[in-house]
Design a protein around this ligand. Structure first.
Ligand code: PGA
Length: 232
């Protein structure tokens, strides 16, 4: 696992430009994208810097169990933070149908699409409780894409993102598919993430801190700003 510590002013320009370089025109890439407040400035730089998704297949990382169009939903956040800023839609966009009659079948469908050709890159954020996507503490490293009960902190995140009511459940890409990605960028910013980042990087790898599984992945880069790195 590589660790990069950047000045707060440089963090978004560097991550955004790196994503532009990762998605050159003509190359068919498959990427999984987190939403939430952490990646948003980098996505804005990507779009402003000429980034395009025309040749890219995008998989949304997770989704809250909220009605279609709810501003706190992850697909809405992805549209606001990235898709609406890009000149053209992605080559393909995979999101979760959380109103499906059988959510288990919907999760299996998503997992099958992920497995077709694997992911070239997963861009992930770090939850304040050590979660990745909605893989909450207690998650095993081979967890599939599935429905999950959300921890209180994650429900509160949804409210912070604008959800009209705090969801109790969500669906998430599981650790198994994420750990199978060719490359992972774990994005962490802000002093409020300093304590959990230190735990994730130094405490024993295990289900108490799902993000710690990334330490076993052969090509993960943790890209943090200086405030998040203050305890390291
Ligand atoms: P944040 O959320 O980027 O809004 O801090 C990250 C997460 O909880 O996964």
């Amino acid at each position: 696992m590589k660790l990069e510590i950047l000045d707060p002013d440089e963090w978004a320009p560097i991550v955004g430009a790196r994503l532009v370089a990762f998605l050159p025109a003509g190359r068919r890439r498959r990427i999984c994208l987190a939403t939430g407040s952490t990646p948003e400035p980098a996505y804005a730089v990507f779009a402003a810097g000429g980034g395009a998704l025309d040749d890219t297949e995008v998989f949304l990382l997770d989704e809250f169990m909220l009605p279609e169009g709810d501003p706190g939903r992850c697909d809405e956040m992805l549209s606001r933070a990235l898709l609406d800023l890009c000149p053209a839609p992605p080559r393909a966009l995979h999101t979760f149908d959380v109103s499906a009659t059988s959510l288990d079948a919907e999760c299996r469908r998503y997992e099958e699409r992920l497995a077709t050709r694997g992911l070239d890159l997963a861009i992930l954020g770090l939850g304040g409780n050590g979660h990745i996507g909605m893989n909450e503490p207690g998650t095993s490293a081979d967890s599939p894409t599935r429905v999950v009960e959300l921890h209180m902190a994650t429900r509160q995140n949804a409210a912070r993102y604008g959800a009209t009511s705090p969801p109790e459940r969500g669906v998430t890409v599981g650790m198994r598919s994420l750990l199978a990605a060719a490359e992972i960028w774990l994005l962490v910013t802000g002093e409020h993430k300093a304590a959990i980042l230190k735990q994730v990087l130094t405490e024993p790898v295990g289900s108490d801190l799902p993000a710690s599984y990334l330490r076993y992945h052969p090509n993960t880069t943790v890209i943090v700003d200086k405030p998040a790195a203050r305890n390291l």
